[in-house]
Design a protein around this ligand. Structure first.
Ligand code: HEM
Length: 522
C-alpha cells in the first residue's frame, strides 16, 4: 500500500514537473518571441503600435470582435503615426501613398501573394489564389484572351438580352403595383446569370426566380460575412473540407452553402468534360472552361480540381462586385434629382427609339453615364481589403527599405478617400470625371499632369488586376442604361447608410441593419 502511494506520489510529481517545465518553456518562448518582434525583427523600426507589432490578435480584435474594422483603423493609424508607412501586424507593412500604388500593384515586378491568403476561397489552385508570380502568370495567360475587351464586346448581345429580361420583368411585375422591389437581389440575379452563362454556357435563369430570391446569389452574399474568420484562421477551412457536407451545413450553414455552391461548379465542369453539356459548341461566345481545356497549359494545369477552382473564382468574383457597384450607382442617381435628370437627358438623346438599344461601344462614349460609373466604382471600392504582395528583393520606399519577404500592401479605400485627389471624397459627384468643357482635356490629378483615372483603382492594377474588368464594365453600362432609360424607378426607404461602407469583409459592406436598396417601379 505504502509502495503504491509512493508510486502515485512520484507519478503526480513527475506530471506536475512536466507541466511546470512546459509552462516555463512556453513563457520563455513567448518572451523571446516578443523581444524578437519588438526589437530584433527586420521591420521592428517601422512606426506603428507596439501591440500590433507584438501580436496579430490586435488585427483579430478589429476584424473579428469589431467585425471588419481593421482597414478603417489602419487609416487612423496612418494619421496617428503621421506617416505613409505603418507596421500593422508582426510581419506586415501598410503604405498609404497614392504615388506608390502602382509600385505595389506593378505590371513589371515579380511580386508574390502571401501564402496565408491561399485558402480564402477554398480554391487553392485558381490563378487568383496562386502565391508565386511565375505560376500565376502561366495560369492567367491562358485566361486573358477570353476576357479581352474584344471578346466581351462579342458577348454584349447576351448581356443586353438579360437587361431586357430584367427591365421587362420590373415593368410588368412591379410597375405601378406599389410592391417593394429588392434591387440588391435583382442585380445579383442579373450578374449571376451573365457570369455563369459566360463561364459554362449555362443560364441558371436566376432572373426568373420569384422576387429575385435565388439561393446561389444569397450564398455569395453570406460568404461575405465570413471573410475575416476564413482569412485569419485559414486552417478552419482545411478541417471543414474534410467533413461531410451535411455536418458542415449543421455547424455553419453559410460555409455549408459555399460548399454546396462549389459542388455545383464541380458538376458544371464534369458536365463539360464528360460531354453532358455540349451547349458551348453552339454558344455565341467562347466558354472559359472549354477554352482552358483546349489551351496550351501543361496537363497538370487542366486537372478537374484546377478547372473547378478557376470556375469557382470566376463566378464568385463576378457577382458581388458588380452587384454592389450597381447598387451604389442606383442609389446616388436616384438620390439627387440633378444627377438623375442629367443622366436621363443624355440617355434620351443617345437612345431615342426604345426598340433600338445603343451598342455597347456607343454607351461607352456617353460622358455622363461613364462619369456615373466611375464615381460608383470609386465609392464601391472593389476589393477594399488590403492586397498584400511580397518581393524577393528589397524594396525602397522613401527612406525605408522593405526587407525581402515582408508583405506590404495598401487599401484602395485610402486612395479613393484621399482628399487632395478627390476633394469632398465622401460626396458622390460624377462631374469630377468630366472633361474640361472648353479645353476638352480629361480631368487631371493634383499635380495637373497625371490623369485622374490613374487614382481610380477598384480593379487593382498590375499583373493581378481584375480579370473580369471588361465584363464588369459591359454589365454596368448595359444594365444601368437600360434601367434608367426604360424603367421609372424611385427609392423606397433607402438611405445613404445602405450604400456607405460600414465594415470591410474583403468587399465593402453597409451597416448591418441595412435592408438593401429597395425601390418602387412607377
Ligand atoms: C465592379 C466589378 C469588379 C470589381 C470592382 C473587381 C475587382 C477585382 C479586384 C480588386 C481584383 C484583384 C484581387 C486580388 O488581387 O486578389 C479582382 C480579381 C479578379 N476578378 Fe474582379 N472585379 C469585378 C468584377 C469581376 C467580374 C465580372 C469577374 C468575372 C468574370 C471578375 C473576375 C476576377 C478574377 C478571376 C480575378 C483574379 C485575377 C487574378 O488573380 O489573376 N471580376 N477583381
Amino acid at each position: 500500500m505504502q509502495e503504491l502511494n509512493g508510486a502515485l506520489l512520484s507519478s503526480n510529481f513527475s506530471l506536475f514537473t512536466s507541466l511546470l517545465v512546459s509552462f516555463l518553456v512556453l513563457i520563455a518562448w513567448l518572451i523571446i518571441l516578443a523581444v524578437y518582434r519588438l526589437y530584433l525583427s527586420p521591420i521592428a523600426h517601422f512606426p506603428g503600435p507596439k501591440l500590433a507589432g507584438l501580436t496579430q490578435w490586435y488585427e483579430i480584435y478589429y476584424d473579428i470582435y469589431l467585425n471588419g474594422q481593421f482597414t478603417l483603423h489602419v487609416k487612423i493609424l496612418h494619421e496617428q503615426y503621421a506617416g505613409p508607412i505603418v507596421r500593422i501586424n508582426p510581419w506586415e507593412l501598410s503604405i498609404n501613398d497614392p504615388e506608390f500604388y502602382e509600385t505595389i500593384y506593378s505590371s513589371t515586378s515579380r511580386f508574390d501573394k502571401v501564402p496565408e491568403h491561399e485558402w480564402w476561397g477554398n480554391a487553392t489552385t485558381a490563378a487568383q489564389s496562386t502565391v508565386s508570380h511565375d505560376l500565376h502568370r502561366l495560369r492567367r495567360a491562358a485566361q486573358n484572351p477570353f476576357f479581352s475587351k474584344r471578346q466581351i464586346s462579342l458577348y454584349a448581345p447576351e448581356i443586353q438580352a438579360r437587361a431586357d429580361k430584367l427591365c421587362n420583368r420590373l415593368n410588368s411585375e412591379y410597375g405601378g403595383s406599389g410592391n417593394v422591389l429588392q434591387m440588391t437581389s435583382a442585380f445579383g440575379c442579373f450578374s449571376a446569370d451573365i457570369v455563369t452563362e459566360y463561364a459554362f454556357a449555362k443560364d441558371y435563369k436566376y432572373l426568373d426566380s420569384p422576387n429575385f430570391q435565388a439561393r446561389f446569389v444569397k450564398t455569395m452574399q453570406e460568404l461575405g460575412k465570413n471573410m475575416h474568420v476564413l482569412m485569419l484562421f485559414p486552417w478552419l477551412l482545411t478541417i471543414l473540407v474534410t467533413l461531410p457536407q451535411w455536418l458542415v451545413m449543421k455547424l455553419n450553414h453559410r460555409i455549408g452553402e459555399i460548399f454546396a455552391f462549389q459542388a455545383d461548379i464541380k458538376q458544371q465542369v464534369e458536365d463539360i468534360l464528360e460531354g453532358r453539356n455540349e451547349k458551348h459548341k453552339d454558344a455565341s461566345h467562347p466558354t472559359i472552361l472549354k477554352e482552358l481545356i483546349d489551351s496550351n497549359l501543361p496537363p497538370q494545369e487542366k486537372s478537374m480540381q484546377r478547372l473547378q477552382h478557376e470556375g469557382q473564382v470566376i463566378v464568385g468574383a463576378g457577382l458581388e462586385t458588380v452587384k454592389w457597384t450597381m447598387c451604389v450607382a442606383l442609389f446616388h442617381v436616384l438620390d439627387k434629382l440633378e444627377i438623375e435628370q442629367r443622366l436621363d437627358a443624355e440617355l434620351l438623346q443617345a437612345w431615342p427609339d426604345l426598340d433600338n438599344p445603343p451598342k455597347l461601344a456607343e454607351l461607352e462614349r456617353l460622358p455622363y453615364l461613364t462619369a456615373v460609373i466611375q464615381e460608383s466604382l470609386r465609392l464601391s471600392y472593389g476589393a477594399v481589403f488590403r492586397l498584400p504582395r511580397t518581393s524577393h528583393t528589397p524594396i525602397q520606399y522613401s527612406s525605408y527599405t522593405i526587407p525581402p519577404g515582408t508583405p506590404f500592401s495598401t487599401s484602395v479605400y485610402y486612395l479613393h478617400h484621399n482628399e487632395t485627389i478627390f476633394p469632398s471624397s465622401h460626396t458622390f459627384d460624377p462631374t469630377r470625371w468630366l472633361a474640361d468643357p472648353v479645353a476638352g482635356r480629361p480631368p487631371l490629378g493634383p499635380d495637373g499632369e497625371k490623369l485622374l483615372t490613374r487614382y481610380l483603382n477598384p480593379f487593382s492594377r498590375g499583373t493581378r488586376q481584375c480579370l473580369g474588368m471588361h465584363l464588369a464594365y459591359a454589365e454596368m453600362y448595359i444594365c444601368l442604361a437600360n434601367l434608367f432609360r426604360r424603367c421609372e424607378v424611385e427609392l423606397y426607404e433607402t438611405m445613404e447608410r445602405d450604400v456607405k461602407m460600414h465594415s470591410e469583409q474583403f468587399l465593402a459592406l453597409p451597416h448591418p441593419d441595412s435592408k438593401g436598396i429597395r425601390v418602387l417601379i412607377r
